[in-house]
Design a protein around this ligand. Structure first.
Ligand code: ADP
Ligand code: MG
Length: 245
């Protein structure tokens, strides 16, 4: 099946992400067990849990870097399991913006070129659009700098610009401030919050409770199982919610 067919076949769903009875096993290890997760368009969700609870495994599956052992994952209404390798690559570049702890910028390309590379893999290069998205993250004065000439906070802003440039329905951030000092951590969280206010869907994986406070909802994993979730009220107070199954 081509991605075009898959997208044509999709049922328009209110959920931008939905997992149904998702299991992931690595040999005898059950890394994820019966995960039923629904994320609404425009939501900012933090996935939290101790080391080894399955966060990275879940992130890899939601971003089509890994496949499920059982169950289903729908991203923007499409089950990528039905796509071939090329289809999955196109699907990922269309649907997913990724922000990593380790930045993963190409060291010999400038900030602008790193953003344009993401456009190249997606569709066509549009320098004006790439400049505009770097401007949006406050880097208009750093277009021609190499990653080594940028601070950690600036590199992470390039990553956010790269994640945004193809306008994907979901931005995934995996410990996005793990390599940043406190000031840059606040800047990156401020930027993610701003993008969320502009209507973007954001899924952030973190073990840091301070970061979870910025999300609308915190979903907790423990030993690969759904442990519960809380809504963050506007005043910043958390409240327990019923298990959504
Ligand atoms: P977290 O990101 O929350 O720290 P992970 O998703 O990395 O947790 O890991 C969840 C569990 O799955 C752990 O017990 C880990 O050892 C196991 N696991 C993860 N990836 C693999 C793998 N490729 N092979 C075997 N076990 C794995
Ligand atoms: Mg991890």
């Amino acid at each position: 099946m081509t991605p075009q067919q898959a997208i044509k076949d999709q049922q328009l769903s209110p959920w931008v992400i939905e997992t149904r009875h998702l299991y992931k096993r690595f040999g005898q290890v059950v890394a994820l067990e019966d995960i039923n997760l629904k994320i609404k368009r425009g939501e900012f969700v933090a996935i939290m849990g101790a080391s080894g609870s399955g966060k990275t495994t879940l992130m890899n599956i939601l971003t089509c870097l890994d496949t499920v052992s059982d169950g289903q994952v729908l991203l923007d209404g499409v089950d990528a399991a039905g796509l071939d390798e090329e289809g999955r690559r196109a699907f990922r570049s269309d649907k997913i913006g990724l922000v990593f702890q380790q930045f993963h910028l190409i060291p010999f390309l400038t900030a602008l070129e790193n953003v344009m590379l993401a456009q190249h893999y997606h569709s066509v290069v549009d320098e004006a659009a790439a400049r505009s998205v770097l401007d949006q993250v406050g880097l208009a004065h750093r277009f021609d700098h190499l990653p080594s000439q940028l601070s950690g906070g600036e590199q992470q802003r390039v990553c956010i610009a790269r994640a945004l440039v193809n306008e994907p329905p979901v931005i995934f951030a995996d410990e996005p401030t793990g390599n940043l000092d406190e000031q840059n951590e606040q800047m990156v969280l401020g930027l993610l919050t701003e993008l969320h206010k502009l209507g973007r869907t954001i899924v952030m994986v973190t073990h840091n409770p301070e970061l979870g406070k910025f999300a609308d909802r915190i979903v907790r994993l423990q030993h690969g199982k759904y442990q519960g979730e809380e809504l963050n009220a506007a005043e910043g107070k958390s409240q327990e919610v019923e298990h959504a199954s």
